[in-house]
Design a protein around this ligand. Structure first.
Ligand SMILES: CC(C)(COP(=O)(O)OP(=O)(O)OC[C@H]1O[C@@H](n2cnc3c(N)ncnc32)[C@H](O)[C@@H]1OP(=O)(O)O)[C@@H](O)C(=O)NCCC(=O)NCCS
Length: 165
């Protein structure tokens, strides 16, 4: 079934937060540990205001939020401003049907017409679906941060994937 992709609006934040909070509590795919409140999510959403490169897209099937994808500053320091971090989250009930790939492909297409040169995905290891998704989109593994995260009483490594635009 077709998914409609559009730029995220404030009214999408509740659904975005529900998907994200699920992955906070159940997985180490995000290194956030505490559930995010709507007011925190509102502040987070400000980064997308008036920006051509920090972008948040949502995908819907009818009224159901399938998932969201975002590009955000890679790091704050100015010289990083040709690089972005990308992240994608698909609701559990829609996983494995090609939607994550469609969301990412749309984001990459939009960023290709900007001055951005590098996209980075920081993938907690193991996460086969995410690694396969990023490989399918031609991201290449360029590094590993060994045991950089600590969540659920254990250490997690992060694999860095890069896409040159
Ligand atoms: C990672 C995620 C976004 C992928 O989205 P999705 O809609 O489930 O994935 P798609 O159906 O678009 O599949 C994309 C690719 O990943 C592969 N894939 C998807 N699920 C997979 C699984 N469970 N195991 C192995 N490969 C898988 C697909 O085969 C496809 O590769 P291909 O084109 O070479 O066949 C989704 O699983 C998710 O939201 N996971 C939790 C959050 C997360 O890990 N986000 C990424 C943080 S870096």
């Amino acid at each position: 079934m077709k998914m409609e992709i559009s730029v995220a609006k404030k009214s999408d934040l509740k659904g975005i937060n529900e998907i994200y909070n699920h992955y906070i509590s159940k997985t180490a795919y995000t290194f956030d540990i505490d559930q995010r409140t709507i007011s925190e999510k509102n502040k987070w959403f400000d980064q997308f205001k008036n920006s051509k490169t920090s972008v948040c897209l949502v995908g819907y099937q009818n009224k159901d939020l399938v998932g969201f994808v975002c590009s955000t500053k890679f790091r704050e320091k100015e010289a990083y401003n040709k690089s972005l971090e990308t992240s994608v989250y698909v609701s559990d009930k829609f996983k494995g049907r090609g939607y994550g790939q469609q969301l990412m492909a749309e984001l990459i297409a939009r960023l290709s017409s900007t001055n951005i040169k590098n996209l980075y995905a920081l993938i907690t290891y193991p996460n086969k679906p995410s690694i396969n998704l990023h490989r399918a989109l031609k991201y290449k593994k360029v590094g590993v941060l060994n045991d950089v995260g600590y969540k659920f009483n254990k250490y997690w490594s992060v694999h860095i994937y890069e896409l040159k635009l």
